[in-house]
Ligand binder design. Structure first.
Ligand code: AHR
Length: 498
Protein backbone atom coordinates (compact mmCIF):
# COMPACT_ATOMS: atom_id res chain seq x y z
CA UNK A 1 0.00 0.00 0.00
CA UNK A 2 1.45 3.39 -1.01
CA UNK A 3 0.47 6.57 0.77
CA UNK A 4 -0.60 9.74 -0.97
CA UNK A 5 -0.57 12.90 1.17
CA UNK A 6 -2.53 15.96 0.15
CA UNK A 7 -2.70 19.20 2.09
CA UNK A 8 -5.38 21.36 0.46
CA UNK A 9 -4.50 24.22 2.82
CA UNK A 10 -1.01 24.68 1.43
CA UNK A 11 -1.27 26.40 -1.95
CA UNK A 12 1.90 26.23 -4.04
CA UNK A 13 1.04 28.39 -7.04
CA UNK A 14 -1.38 29.05 -9.85
CA UNK A 15 -1.67 26.51 -12.66
CA UNK A 16 -1.84 28.62 -15.80
CA UNK A 17 -4.19 26.99 -18.32
CA UNK A 18 -1.33 27.60 -20.77
CA UNK A 19 0.58 24.68 -19.19
CA UNK A 20 -1.64 22.61 -21.49
CA UNK A 21 -0.85 24.64 -24.60
CA UNK A 22 -0.28 23.42 -28.14
CA UNK A 23 2.03 24.04 -31.07
CA UNK A 24 1.22 23.96 -34.79
CA UNK A 25 3.91 24.41 -37.42
CA UNK A 26 3.90 24.48 -41.19
CA UNK A 27 5.26 20.96 -41.12
CA UNK A 28 3.95 17.88 -42.87
CA UNK A 29 0.19 17.58 -42.49
CA UNK A 30 -0.22 19.63 -39.32
CA UNK A 31 -1.65 22.86 -40.75
CA UNK A 32 -2.60 21.72 -44.26
CA UNK A 33 -4.97 18.71 -44.22
CA UNK A 34 -4.81 18.37 -40.43
CA UNK A 35 -6.40 21.71 -39.56
CA UNK A 36 -6.90 23.78 -42.68
CA UNK A 37 -8.59 22.23 -45.70
CA UNK A 38 -9.85 25.39 -47.39
CA UNK A 39 -13.40 26.57 -47.80
CA UNK A 40 -13.99 24.55 -50.96
CA UNK A 41 -13.05 21.21 -49.41
CA UNK A 42 -15.59 18.37 -49.26
CA UNK A 43 -14.47 17.94 -45.64
CA UNK A 44 -16.91 19.91 -43.47
CA UNK A 45 -15.24 23.16 -42.45
CA UNK A 46 -15.87 26.66 -41.17
CA UNK A 47 -13.83 29.24 -43.08
CA UNK A 48 -11.45 26.45 -44.11
CA UNK A 49 -10.88 24.96 -40.62
CA UNK A 50 -12.04 21.38 -40.42
CA UNK A 51 -14.99 21.13 -38.09
CA UNK A 52 -14.21 17.67 -36.66
CA UNK A 53 -10.73 18.75 -35.58
CA UNK A 54 -11.85 22.08 -34.13
CA UNK A 55 -14.62 20.33 -32.16
CA UNK A 56 -12.19 17.72 -30.79
CA UNK A 57 -9.75 20.45 -29.76
CA UNK A 58 -12.50 22.43 -28.07
CA UNK A 59 -13.26 19.38 -25.92
CA UNK A 60 -9.79 19.61 -24.35
CA UNK A 61 -9.99 23.40 -24.03
CA UNK A 62 -6.80 24.26 -25.89
CA UNK A 63 -5.71 27.35 -23.94
CA UNK A 64 -3.07 28.73 -26.32
CA UNK A 65 -1.66 27.91 -29.74
CA UNK A 66 1.88 28.59 -30.96
CA UNK A 67 2.48 29.25 -34.70
CA UNK A 68 4.03 29.25 -37.38
CA UNK A 69 7.04 27.28 -36.06
CA UNK A 70 9.41 25.84 -35.07
CA UNK A 71 12.24 25.98 -37.51
CA UNK A 72 9.72 27.24 -40.07
CA UNK A 73 9.29 30.46 -38.08
CA UNK A 74 12.81 31.65 -38.86
CA UNK A 75 12.27 31.43 -42.58
CA UNK A 76 8.69 32.66 -42.60
CA UNK A 77 7.98 36.06 -44.12
CA UNK A 78 4.54 37.01 -42.92
CA UNK A 79 3.76 39.44 -45.76
CA UNK A 80 3.70 36.44 -48.12
CA UNK A 81 0.75 35.03 -46.18
CA UNK A 82 -1.71 37.94 -46.40
CA UNK A 83 -3.96 39.36 -49.10
CA UNK A 84 -5.82 37.55 -51.90
CA UNK A 85 -4.90 33.87 -51.79
CA UNK A 86 -4.27 33.61 -55.53
CA UNK A 87 -1.53 36.23 -55.38
CA UNK A 88 0.23 34.89 -52.29
CA UNK A 89 3.79 33.86 -52.93
CA UNK A 90 4.66 30.20 -53.11
CA UNK A 91 7.83 29.04 -51.37
CA UNK A 92 9.71 25.85 -50.66
CA UNK A 93 9.51 24.56 -47.12
CA UNK A 94 13.20 23.71 -46.96
CA UNK A 95 13.12 22.37 -43.41
CA UNK A 96 10.23 20.02 -43.81
CA UNK A 97 10.13 17.80 -46.85
CA UNK A 98 10.95 20.45 -49.49
CA UNK A 99 7.25 20.78 -50.33
CA UNK A 100 5.60 23.84 -51.84
CA UNK A 101 4.14 26.17 -49.25
CA UNK A 102 1.44 28.22 -50.93
CA UNK A 103 0.90 30.51 -47.94
CA UNK A 104 -2.85 29.97 -48.06
CA UNK A 105 -2.77 29.72 -44.27
CA UNK A 106 -1.37 32.99 -42.93
CA UNK A 107 -1.96 35.52 -40.19
CA UNK A 108 -5.70 35.99 -40.82
CA UNK A 109 -6.29 32.25 -40.93
CA UNK A 110 -4.30 31.64 -37.74
CA UNK A 111 -6.28 34.29 -35.90
CA UNK A 112 -9.53 32.80 -37.24
CA UNK A 113 -8.45 29.36 -35.96
CA UNK A 114 -7.69 30.74 -32.50
CA UNK A 115 -11.04 32.49 -32.48
CA UNK A 116 -12.82 29.23 -33.34
CA UNK A 117 -10.86 27.42 -30.61
CA UNK A 118 -11.39 30.25 -28.12
CA UNK A 119 -7.68 30.16 -27.28
CA UNK A 120 -4.86 32.64 -26.75
CA UNK A 121 -2.44 33.47 -29.54
CA UNK A 122 1.29 32.80 -29.52
CA UNK A 123 3.12 34.09 -32.58
CA UNK A 124 6.73 33.12 -33.14
CA UNK A 125 8.70 35.81 -35.00
CA UNK A 126 11.61 35.46 -37.40
CA UNK A 127 15.04 36.48 -36.13
CA UNK A 128 17.11 33.97 -38.14
CA UNK A 129 16.36 35.31 -41.62
CA UNK A 130 14.01 38.23 -40.99
CA UNK A 131 14.65 41.89 -40.33
CA UNK A 132 13.77 44.00 -37.33
CA UNK A 133 11.49 46.04 -39.58
CA UNK A 134 9.66 42.91 -40.72
CA UNK A 135 9.04 41.80 -37.14
CA UNK A 136 8.05 45.27 -36.06
CA UNK A 137 5.58 45.63 -38.94
CA UNK A 138 4.02 42.26 -38.22
CA UNK A 139 3.23 43.37 -34.69
CA UNK A 140 1.88 46.67 -36.03
CA UNK A 141 -0.23 44.81 -38.61
CA UNK A 142 -1.77 42.56 -36.00
CA UNK A 143 -2.23 44.88 -33.04
CA UNK A 144 -2.38 48.56 -34.01
CA UNK A 145 -5.83 50.11 -33.87
CA UNK A 146 -5.12 53.62 -35.21
CA UNK A 147 -3.99 54.97 -38.56
CA UNK A 148 -0.69 53.50 -39.78
CA UNK A 149 0.54 51.82 -42.94
CA UNK A 150 0.25 48.33 -41.49
CA UNK A 151 -3.10 48.92 -39.81
CA UNK A 152 -4.45 50.23 -43.14
CA UNK A 153 -3.11 47.16 -44.90
CA UNK A 154 -4.85 44.89 -42.41
CA UNK A 155 -8.09 46.78 -42.92
CA UNK A 156 -7.71 46.57 -46.69
CA UNK A 157 -7.31 42.82 -46.24
CA UNK A 158 -10.66 42.65 -44.51
CA UNK A 159 -9.93 42.91 -40.81
CA UNK A 160 -10.93 46.27 -39.42
CA UNK A 161 -10.16 45.58 -35.77
CA UNK A 162 -6.73 44.63 -34.48
CA UNK A 163 -6.21 41.19 -32.95
CA UNK A 164 -4.81 40.38 -29.56
CA UNK A 165 -1.36 38.85 -29.60
CA UNK A 166 -0.92 37.29 -26.20
CA UNK A 167 2.55 35.83 -26.61
CA UNK A 168 5.35 36.68 -29.03
CA UNK A 169 8.49 34.57 -29.47
CA UNK A 170 11.59 36.47 -30.60
CA UNK A 171 13.07 33.72 -32.73
CA UNK A 172 13.08 29.94 -32.37
CA UNK A 173 16.01 27.62 -31.67
CA UNK A 174 18.45 30.37 -32.61
CA UNK A 175 21.22 28.10 -31.33
CA UNK A 176 20.32 25.76 -34.23
CA UNK A 177 17.88 26.01 -37.13
CA UNK A 178 17.16 29.65 -36.24
CA UNK A 179 20.61 30.93 -37.17
CA UNK A 180 23.26 28.83 -35.38
CA UNK A 181 24.03 31.70 -33.05
CA UNK A 182 26.12 31.95 -29.92
CA UNK A 183 24.14 32.93 -26.80
CA UNK A 184 25.84 36.31 -26.40
CA UNK A 185 25.06 37.19 -30.02
CA UNK A 186 21.47 36.04 -29.71
CA UNK A 187 21.17 37.96 -26.43
CA UNK A 188 22.17 41.16 -28.21
CA UNK A 189 19.77 40.46 -31.07
CA UNK A 190 17.03 39.76 -28.57
CA UNK A 191 17.60 43.17 -27.00
CA UNK A 192 17.32 44.82 -30.40
CA UNK A 193 14.42 42.89 -31.93
CA UNK A 194 12.23 42.98 -28.83
CA UNK A 195 12.55 46.78 -28.73
CA UNK A 196 10.33 46.94 -31.80
CA UNK A 197 7.76 44.46 -30.55
CA UNK A 198 5.66 47.46 -29.53
CA UNK A 199 2.81 47.38 -27.07
CA UNK A 200 0.25 49.33 -29.07
CA UNK A 201 -2.43 48.25 -26.64
CA UNK A 202 -0.99 49.24 -23.29
CA UNK A 203 -3.81 47.49 -21.43
CA UNK A 204 -2.84 44.18 -23.02
CA UNK A 205 0.95 44.11 -23.21
CA UNK A 206 2.50 41.35 -25.29
CA UNK A 207 4.30 38.67 -23.31
CA UNK A 208 7.75 38.54 -24.95
CA UNK A 209 9.59 35.24 -25.05
CA UNK A 210 13.33 34.87 -25.61
CA UNK A 211 14.74 31.77 -27.24
CA UNK A 212 15.96 29.51 -24.46
CA UNK A 213 18.02 26.38 -24.37
CA UNK A 214 18.06 23.03 -26.02
CA UNK A 215 17.77 20.28 -23.39
CA UNK A 216 20.57 20.74 -20.82
CA UNK A 217 22.49 23.58 -22.46
CA UNK A 218 22.76 25.54 -19.22
CA UNK A 219 25.48 27.73 -20.74
CA UNK A 220 22.91 29.12 -23.20
CA UNK A 221 20.47 30.02 -20.43
CA UNK A 222 23.16 31.69 -18.37
CA UNK A 223 24.71 33.71 -21.19
CA UNK A 224 21.42 34.88 -22.71
CA UNK A 225 20.29 36.08 -19.30
CA UNK A 226 23.65 37.69 -18.56
CA UNK A 227 23.48 39.56 -21.88
CA UNK A 228 19.90 40.69 -21.54
CA UNK A 229 19.01 40.90 -17.92
CA UNK A 230 20.11 44.42 -17.05
CA UNK A 231 16.84 45.61 -18.58
CA UNK A 232 14.86 43.62 -16.04
CA UNK A 233 11.16 42.85 -16.02
CA UNK A 234 9.09 43.78 -19.07
CA UNK A 235 12.03 43.46 -21.39
CA UNK A 236 11.74 39.69 -21.26
CA UNK A 237 8.66 37.96 -19.88
CA UNK A 238 9.56 34.40 -20.71
CA UNK A 239 12.36 32.17 -21.87
CA UNK A 240 11.78 28.95 -23.74
CA UNK A 241 13.07 25.43 -23.21
CA UNK A 242 12.90 22.62 -25.76
CA UNK A 243 13.12 18.99 -24.75
CA UNK A 244 11.90 15.99 -26.73
CA UNK A 245 11.51 12.48 -25.34
CA UNK A 246 13.54 10.18 -27.59
CA UNK A 247 13.47 6.54 -26.45
CA UNK A 248 17.05 5.70 -27.43
CA UNK A 249 18.50 9.18 -26.93
CA UNK A 250 19.98 8.71 -30.42
CA UNK A 251 18.69 11.12 -33.09
CA UNK A 252 19.78 8.75 -35.88
CA UNK A 253 17.79 5.81 -34.57
CA UNK A 254 15.10 7.03 -32.25
CA UNK A 255 12.88 3.94 -32.26
CA UNK A 256 9.39 3.41 -33.61
CA UNK A 257 6.03 4.55 -32.26
CA UNK A 258 4.30 1.16 -32.44
CA UNK A 259 7.06 -1.43 -32.68
CA UNK A 260 8.65 -1.34 -29.24
CA UNK A 261 9.26 -3.64 -26.27
CA UNK A 262 9.25 -3.38 -22.47
CA UNK A 263 12.80 -2.02 -22.41
CA UNK A 264 11.79 0.75 -24.80
CA UNK A 265 8.76 1.46 -22.64
CA UNK A 266 10.81 2.06 -19.50
CA UNK A 267 13.62 3.97 -21.14
CA UNK A 268 11.10 6.25 -22.86
CA UNK A 269 9.39 7.04 -19.56
CA UNK A 270 12.76 7.53 -17.91
CA UNK A 271 13.64 10.00 -20.66
CA UNK A 272 10.33 11.79 -20.08
CA UNK A 273 11.07 12.12 -16.36
CA UNK A 274 14.24 14.03 -17.26
CA UNK A 275 11.99 17.06 -17.73
CA UNK A 276 12.05 17.45 -13.93
CA UNK A 277 15.85 17.71 -13.86
CA UNK A 278 15.83 20.20 -16.75
CA UNK A 279 13.23 22.50 -15.20
CA UNK A 280 15.17 22.47 -11.93
CA UNK A 281 18.54 23.02 -13.69
CA UNK A 282 17.45 25.91 -15.90
CA UNK A 283 15.25 27.22 -13.08
CA UNK A 284 18.26 27.43 -10.75
CA UNK A 285 20.09 29.63 -13.29
CA UNK A 286 17.01 31.79 -13.80
CA UNK A 287 16.75 32.14 -10.02
CA UNK A 288 20.21 33.74 -9.94
CA UNK A 289 19.02 36.58 -12.18
CA UNK A 290 15.35 36.58 -11.29
CA UNK A 291 14.83 35.25 -7.75
CA UNK A 292 11.27 36.55 -7.70
CA UNK A 293 10.43 34.29 -10.65
CA UNK A 294 8.97 37.04 -12.80
CA UNK A 295 10.31 35.50 -15.99
CA UNK A 296 8.32 32.45 -16.99
CA UNK A 297 9.90 29.26 -18.22
CA UNK A 298 8.09 28.44 -21.45
CA UNK A 299 8.46 24.79 -22.45
CA UNK A 300 7.17 25.52 -25.92
CA UNK A 301 8.26 22.24 -27.49
CA UNK A 302 7.97 18.92 -25.70
CA UNK A 303 6.76 15.41 -26.50
CA UNK A 304 7.87 12.13 -27.98
CA UNK A 305 9.89 12.02 -31.17
CA UNK A 306 10.18 8.64 -32.91
CA UNK A 307 11.36 7.53 -36.32
CA UNK A 308 8.54 8.34 -38.75
CA UNK A 309 5.86 5.76 -39.53
CA UNK A 310 7.35 3.41 -42.13
CA UNK A 311 6.31 4.44 -45.64
CA UNK A 312 5.63 8.09 -44.76
CA UNK A 313 7.59 11.18 -45.85
CA UNK A 314 10.61 11.46 -43.49
CA UNK A 315 10.24 15.26 -43.57
CA UNK A 316 6.66 15.11 -42.28
CA UNK A 317 7.37 13.64 -38.81
CA UNK A 318 4.17 11.60 -38.75
CA UNK A 319 4.00 9.04 -35.94
CA UNK A 320 1.34 6.92 -34.26
CA UNK A 321 0.54 7.35 -30.61
CA UNK A 322 0.03 4.67 -27.94
CA UNK A 323 -0.52 4.31 -24.21
CA UNK A 324 3.21 5.04 -23.93
CA UNK A 325 2.56 8.54 -25.29
CA UNK A 326 -0.35 9.03 -22.93
CA UNK A 327 1.96 8.21 -20.01
CA UNK A 328 4.62 10.60 -21.35
CA UNK A 329 1.94 13.29 -21.47
CA UNK A 330 0.75 12.42 -17.96
CA UNK A 331 4.29 12.61 -16.57
CA UNK A 332 4.99 15.96 -18.20
CA UNK A 333 1.68 17.57 -17.30
CA UNK A 334 2.16 16.51 -13.67
CA UNK A 335 5.68 17.99 -13.72
CA UNK A 336 4.54 21.28 -15.23
CA UNK A 337 1.93 21.55 -12.47
CA UNK A 338 4.53 20.80 -9.80
CA UNK A 339 6.76 23.57 -11.19
CA UNK A 340 4.00 26.10 -11.81
CA UNK A 341 5.88 28.73 -9.81
CA UNK A 342 8.34 28.98 -12.73
CA UNK A 343 6.74 27.21 -15.70
CA UNK A 344 4.10 29.52 -17.16
CA UNK A 345 3.36 27.83 -20.48
CA UNK A 346 4.11 24.53 -22.22
CA UNK A 347 3.21 23.57 -25.79
CA UNK A 348 3.08 19.97 -26.92
CA UNK A 349 4.70 19.27 -30.28
CA UNK A 350 2.55 19.15 -32.23
CA UNK A 351 -1.21 19.49 -32.32
CA UNK A 352 -2.22 17.41 -35.37
CA UNK A 353 -0.42 14.74 -37.48
CA UNK A 354 3.09 15.67 -36.33
CA UNK A 355 5.16 14.08 -33.52
CA UNK A 356 3.12 13.52 -30.33
CA UNK A 357 -0.12 14.70 -31.86
CA UNK A 358 -3.42 14.78 -29.99
CA UNK A 359 -5.22 14.22 -33.29
CA UNK A 360 -4.46 12.23 -36.42
CA UNK A 361 -6.26 12.65 -39.73
CA UNK A 362 -6.45 10.77 -42.98
CA UNK A 363 -8.60 12.38 -45.64
CA UNK A 364 -11.94 12.98 -44.00
CA UNK A 365 -11.24 10.59 -41.11
CA UNK A 366 -10.01 11.73 -37.73
CA UNK A 367 -8.93 9.98 -34.51
CA UNK A 368 -8.24 11.23 -31.03
CA UNK A 369 -4.97 9.73 -29.80
CA UNK A 370 -4.26 8.40 -26.29
CA UNK A 371 -2.45 11.73 -25.74
CA UNK A 372 -5.72 13.56 -26.47
CA UNK A 373 -7.31 11.50 -23.69
CA UNK A 374 -4.51 12.47 -21.29
CA UNK A 375 -5.21 16.15 -22.02
CA UNK A 376 -8.92 15.51 -21.63
CA UNK A 377 -8.36 14.15 -18.11
CA UNK A 378 -5.84 16.78 -17.06
CA UNK A 379 -7.85 19.78 -18.25
CA UNK A 380 -9.42 19.83 -14.81
CA UNK A 381 -6.20 21.42 -13.50
CA UNK A 382 -6.47 24.43 -15.80
CA UNK A 383 -6.65 27.63 -13.74
CA UNK A 384 -6.49 25.72 -10.46
CA UNK A 385 -4.16 26.21 -7.51
CA UNK A 386 -1.48 23.60 -7.01
CA UNK A 387 -1.64 22.18 -3.51
CA UNK A 388 0.99 20.36 -1.50
CA UNK A 389 1.07 16.63 -2.22
CA UNK A 390 3.44 13.70 -2.40
CA UNK A 391 3.18 9.98 -3.03
CA UNK A 392 5.29 7.01 -1.96
CA UNK A 393 6.82 5.20 -4.90
CA UNK A 394 8.77 2.03 -5.59
CA UNK A 395 11.08 1.39 -8.51
CA UNK A 396 9.44 -0.36 -11.45
CA UNK A 397 11.03 -1.80 -14.55
CA UNK A 398 13.50 -4.38 -15.67
CA UNK A 399 17.10 -3.58 -14.72
CA UNK A 400 19.41 -0.62 -14.04
CA UNK A 401 18.84 1.57 -17.10
CA UNK A 402 15.22 0.56 -17.43
CA UNK A 403 13.83 1.49 -14.02
CA UNK A 404 11.50 4.34 -13.06
CA UNK A 405 9.49 5.29 -9.97
CA UNK A 406 6.13 3.61 -10.47
CA UNK A 407 3.97 6.67 -9.72
CA UNK A 408 3.78 10.38 -10.49
CA UNK A 409 1.06 12.74 -9.31
CA UNK A 410 -0.09 16.32 -8.98
CA UNK A 411 -3.03 17.81 -7.10
CA UNK A 412 -4.87 21.08 -7.54
CA UNK A 413 -7.91 22.79 -6.11
CA UNK A 414 -10.32 24.36 -8.57
CA UNK A 415 -12.21 27.63 -8.15
CA UNK A 416 -15.32 25.67 -7.06
CA UNK A 417 -13.30 24.02 -4.26
CA UNK A 418 -13.13 20.58 -5.86
CA UNK A 419 -9.79 18.83 -5.66
CA UNK A 420 -8.31 17.20 -8.75
CA UNK A 421 -5.75 14.43 -8.40
CA UNK A 422 -3.98 13.13 -11.49
CA UNK A 423 -1.71 10.10 -11.26
CA UNK A 424 0.26 7.90 -13.61
CA UNK A 425 1.26 4.30 -12.99
CA UNK A 426 4.30 3.67 -15.17
CA UNK A 427 4.63 0.02 -14.18
CA UNK A 428 3.62 -2.41 -16.92
CA UNK A 429 2.88 -5.34 -14.64
CA UNK A 430 1.73 -4.20 -11.22
CA UNK A 431 -1.24 -2.21 -10.10
CA UNK A 432 -0.72 -0.19 -6.92
CA UNK A 433 -3.05 0.09 -3.96
CA UNK A 434 -3.05 3.63 -2.60
CA UNK A 435 -4.32 5.25 0.55
CA UNK A 436 -4.82 8.99 0.13
CA UNK A 437 -4.90 11.32 3.17
CA UNK A 438 -6.32 14.83 2.99
CA UNK A 439 -5.10 17.05 5.83
CA UNK A 440 -7.78 18.69 7.98
CA UNK A 441 -10.56 17.51 5.64
CA UNK A 442 -13.54 15.23 5.46
CA UNK A 443 -14.12 13.65 2.10
CA UNK A 444 -17.71 14.04 0.91
CA UNK A 445 -17.42 12.32 -2.46
CA UNK A 446 -14.91 10.99 -4.98
CA UNK A 447 -15.36 10.16 -8.63
CA UNK A 448 -12.86 9.49 -11.34
CA UNK A 449 -11.83 8.39 -14.80
CA UNK A 450 -9.08 6.04 -15.88
CA UNK A 451 -7.17 5.47 -19.11
CA UNK A 452 -5.48 2.13 -19.40
CA UNK A 453 -4.65 -0.63 -21.86
CA UNK A 454 -1.86 -2.64 -23.37
CA UNK A 455 1.36 -0.64 -23.70
CA UNK A 456 1.03 -0.55 -27.49
CA UNK A 457 -2.71 0.13 -27.50
CA UNK A 458 -3.59 2.91 -29.93
CA UNK A 459 -6.46 4.31 -31.95
CA UNK A 460 -6.67 3.78 -35.68
CA UNK A 461 -8.95 5.10 -38.38
CA UNK A 462 -10.58 1.66 -38.44
CA UNK A 463 -10.81 1.36 -34.66
CA UNK A 464 -10.82 4.94 -33.35
CA UNK A 465 -12.03 4.08 -29.86
CA UNK A 466 -9.65 1.29 -28.84
CA UNK A 467 -8.12 3.56 -26.20
CA UNK A 468 -10.63 5.65 -24.28
CA UNK A 469 -11.33 6.81 -20.75
CA UNK A 470 -13.68 4.92 -18.48
CA UNK A 471 -15.40 5.84 -15.26
CA UNK A 472 -13.39 4.83 -12.21
CA UNK A 473 -15.60 3.85 -9.32
CA UNK A 474 -13.37 1.50 -7.33
CA UNK A 475 -12.57 4.05 -4.67
CA UNK A 476 -13.81 4.17 -1.10
CA UNK A 477 -13.67 7.14 1.22
CA UNK A 478 -14.02 7.54 4.97
CA UNK A 479 -13.18 10.63 6.99
CA UNK A 480 -10.04 12.16 5.54
CA UNK A 481 -8.95 8.96 3.81
CA UNK A 482 -9.65 7.37 0.44
CA UNK A 483 -8.48 4.00 -0.82
CA UNK A 484 -8.15 2.84 -4.39
CA UNK A 485 -5.98 0.78 -6.71
CA UNK A 486 -4.43 2.37 -9.75
CA UNK A 487 -4.11 -0.20 -12.57
CA UNK A 488 -0.76 -0.97 -14.19
CA UNK A 489 0.01 1.15 -17.25
CA UNK A 490 -2.58 3.82 -16.59
CA UNK A 491 -3.52 7.43 -16.00
CA UNK A 492 -6.07 8.28 -13.34
CA UNK A 493 -8.04 11.41 -12.56
CA UNK A 494 -9.92 11.71 -9.29
CA UNK A 495 -12.26 14.54 -8.42
CA UNK A 496 -12.61 14.88 -4.68
CA UNK A 497 -15.17 16.97 -2.87
CA UNK A 498 -14.30 17.91 0.72
O1 AHR B 1 8.78 20.28 -33.74
C1 AHR B 1 9.65 19.99 -34.78
C2 AHR B 1 10.90 20.86 -34.72
O2 AHR B 1 11.64 20.55 -33.57
C3 AHR B 1 10.70 22.33 -34.63
O3 AHR B 1 10.49 22.91 -35.86
C4 AHR B 1 11.99 22.81 -34.06
O4 AHR B 1 11.85 24.00 -33.32
C5 AHR B 1 12.47 21.64 -33.22
O5 AHR B 1 13.76 21.30 -33.49
Amino acid sequence: MAKLYVNPNVKKGHINPELQGHFSEHLGRCIYEGIFVGENSHIPNVKGMRTDVVEALKEIHVPVLRWPGGCFADEYHWQEGIGPKESRKKMINTHWGGVVEDNSFGTHEFMELCEQLGCKTYINGNVGSGTVQEMSEWVEYMTFKGVSPMAELRKANGHEEPWKVDYFGVGNENWGCGGNMRPEYYGDLYRRYQTYVRNYDSKNPIFKIACGANVDDYHWTDKVLETTFDHGWGFMNGMSLHYYTIPTGNWNKKGLALDFDEKDWYRTLKAALKMDELIKGHGAIMDQYDPEKKIGMIVDEWGTWYDVEPGTNPGFLYQQNTMRDALVAGINLNLFNKHCDRVKMANIAQMVNVLQAVILTEGEKMVKTPTWHAFYMYQNHQDGELVESCVETVQAGLEKDYMVPNLTESVSVAKDGRIHVTMTNLCLTDSQEIQGYFADSTIKSVKGTVLTGDMRAHNTFENPNAVHTEDFTAVTAEGNRMTFTIPACSLLHLEVEI
